[in-house]
Design a protein around this ligand. Structure first.
Ligand code: IPM
Ligand code: MG
Length: 377
């Protein structure tokens, strides 16, 4: 295959943040694949690595140091593993592992979170839904990632005069925040089936009413060629498990998008199969800040056992090749190798089925490298 780059210079700076739990072991498999692309295709990156989450808290007393924040700002892309674990459950909010991730999203301005849920043919039977409902499923959940109730003020826990305590969070969206995420949704739809479903709770929330109005206005003014529908979030959750193929692109806010994307992930058979890209606004040169991470969490119950599914992490790398470095051919090569290995019957524990071969995290990575070798031979 004539993919080899002649240019010996690295394509850009990538910061690896493996994090906690299964993060480091799935990141090891990305390193294996990155080595292959560097060696065989001349697709090379200037790599740095750092701590985030619980491991950073253990070492530095904070889930994300300013130094790592600066290195993330200077990187062309960040590859992120996972954060969190039961050990950190009782920490105050500001020190929780998750705050490290939220700070990265917020300070890098990563407002657009792309969570594609695609069902591999070989995995149709590992979904908890009937095969005919999920065969060929390909939906894109687009989640707003830097606003809404995750960041809204006021927030906190206060003690009332009568001694009761009160927890407060604020759901808040401005027109600008709604329009910029909706734009990304319509643009994505134009490259797919040209259908957008915008999701909120306009029946009970003013922020939802505004969301619906702004999305409709933008549609009518700039994207009349895209089919737009609106749906309440509870109905959308139900429709996702009833008839998931009715959707093309789903656009939603930070909280509903979080919930709906876990639901969509499971349609594909396992949380271990869902990658994501978090993108900022393009700068004057058209470059956008970006962070790529699997949707699964740190899975502390299986961490360190070499049984985790590395595929969501590997597909996150594939999204990085596409969205940050325009390396679509390389991304296709990797996606194809993953599909071949699954078709050949290898399964990690989370997607294990009768008659298939159960393999470890590292064996799955090695098998994908072998498929890459074959494809590039
Ligand atoms: C996700 C996760 C995060 C979120 C957590 C780890 C903070 O659930 O990326 O979906 O709620 O956004
Ligand atoms: Mg989530």
């Amino acid at each position: 295959m004539a993919l080899l780059r002649n240019d010996p210079a690295p394509l850009g700076k990538v910061l690896l943040l493996p994090g906690d739990g299964i993060g480091p072991e799935v990141m090891r498999e990305v390193r294996r694949i990155m080595d292959w692309f560097a060696r065989r295709q001349g697709i090379d990156f200037e790599l740095g690595e750092g701590l985030v989450g619980g491991i950073s808290y253990d070492r530095h007393g904070t889930p994300l140091t300013d130094e790592i924040m600066e290195r993330a700002q200077a990187a062309d892309a960040v590859l992120f593993g996972a954060v969190g674990g039961p050990k950190y459950d009782d920490l105050p909010f500001a020190q929780k592992p998750e705050r490290g991730l939220l700070r990265l999203r917020k300070e890098l301005g990563l407002f657009a979170n792309l969570r594609p849920a695609k069902v591999f043919d070989a995995l149709v039977d590992s979904s908890s839904l009937k095969p005919e409902l999920v065969r060929g499923l390909d939906i894109m959940i687009l989640r707003e990632l830097t606003g809404g109730i995750y960041f809204g003020e006021p927030r906190g826990i206060e003690t009332l005069p009568d001694g009761q305590r009160r927890g407060i969070n604020t759901q808040v969206y401005t027109t600008g925040e709604i329009v910029r995420i909706a734009k990304v949704g319509f643009e994505l739809a134009r490259k797919r089936q040209r259908r957008v479903c915008s999701v909120e709770k306009a029946n009970v929330m003013e922020s939802g009413v505004l969301w619906r109005e702004e999305v409709q206005k933008l549609h009518d003014a700039e994207y009349p060629d895209v089919e737009l529908s609106h749906m309440y979030a509870d109905n959308c959750a139900m429709q996702l498990v009833r008839q998931p193929k009715q959707f093309d692109v789903i656009v939603s806010d930070n909280l509903f998008g979080d919930i709906l994307s876990d639901c969509a992930a499971m349609l594909t058979g396992s949380l271990g199969m869902l990658p994501s890209a978090s993108l900022g606004a393009p700068d004057a040169q058209g470059k956008r800040k970006a962070l790529y991470e699997p949707v699964h969490g740190s899975a502390p119950d299986i961490a360190g056992q070499n049984v985790a599914n590395p595929i969501a992490m590997l597909q996150s790398f594939s999204m990085m090749l596409r969205h940050s470095f325009d390396q679509d051919a390389a991304a296709d090569l990797l996606d194809g190798a993953i599909a071949k290995v699954l078709a050949g019957g290898l399964r990690t524990a989370d997607i294990m089925q009768d008659g298939m071969a159960r393999v470890s995290t590292s064996t799955m990575g090695e098998a994908i490298v072998r498929e890459l070798d074959k494809a590039a031979a």
